[in-house]
Design a binder for this molecule. Structure first.
Ligand code: MN
Length: 207
């Protein structure tokens, strides 16, 4: 069940600049579902990988960030569904608030089904892959059309239980966009929204 009640319950919107969600400002206005990767300098630094699924952003915290090397398996820990508006959020979450620390939009774009390329062309760009069912089954593949991340990625659940206790792996699929040498997490650190690094955003907006 996707919903953003946990998201709302964890935050005090009088104090955090994060979007409350549900304001209708950024409801489904794009032809294809979106993805975003936010770099987050929280108590432990990580990258938040989020996919638009059924009106929310399904989310995983990826401690090492996504790789472009198919041999690199990146641990991905599910977090609460976020509202779609969160895909545009970049800023500093104040000290003492949930997730305190700076957030930049490290990458963003749209995604589609890797297997459905021909089908997508026939049906037009509005068709979203049935990602929800695949995620419920614990294995989903998506083709990312981002600025830094491109090509197929597989998300695979490796332990069960409640969503936020599960462990998943995020792995680049071995396709023409795979590149073992790129390592964009370290070589392409700037926000695709503001052009700032996490440190620059912290300096400009931090308290
Ligand atoms: Mn985070």
């Amino acid at each position: 069940m996707n919903d953003t009640r946990d998201y709302g319950a964890k935050r005090d919107f009088r104090d955090t600049p994060e979007p409350r969600g549900g304001e209708g400002a950024e409801s489904r206005s794009h032809d294809r579902p979106r993805f975003v990767v936010q770099e987050h300098d929280a108590s432990s630094h990580h990258f938040d990988f989020r996919l638009e699924v059924d009106g929310v952003l399904r989310s995983w915290a990826v401690p090492k960030g996504p790789s472009t090397d198919p041999r690199e398996k990146r641990l991905a820990l599910p977090t609460e569904d976020h509202p779609l508006e969160y895909a545009d959020f970049e800023g500093v979450i104040p000290k003492d608030e949930y997730g305190a620390g700076a957030v930049i939009i490290w990458d963003r774009g749209s995604y589609r089904s890797p297997a459905g390329d021909v089908e997508d062309e026939n049906e037009g760009a509005g068709e979203a892959p049935d990602i929800a069912a695949a995620l419920d089954d614990g294995h989903a593949t998506v083709w990312l059309d981002g600025e830094k991340l491109r090509g197929g990625y597989a998300l695979t659940r490796i332990t069960g239980g409640e969503r936020e206790g599960q462990r998943w792996l995020l792995v680049k699929m071995d396709d023409e966009k795979a590149d073992a040498r790129r390592n964009p997490v370290s070589t392409e650190p700037r926000s695709v929204k503001s052009g700032k690094t996490l440190e620059e955003l912290e300096q400009d907006e931090g308290g």
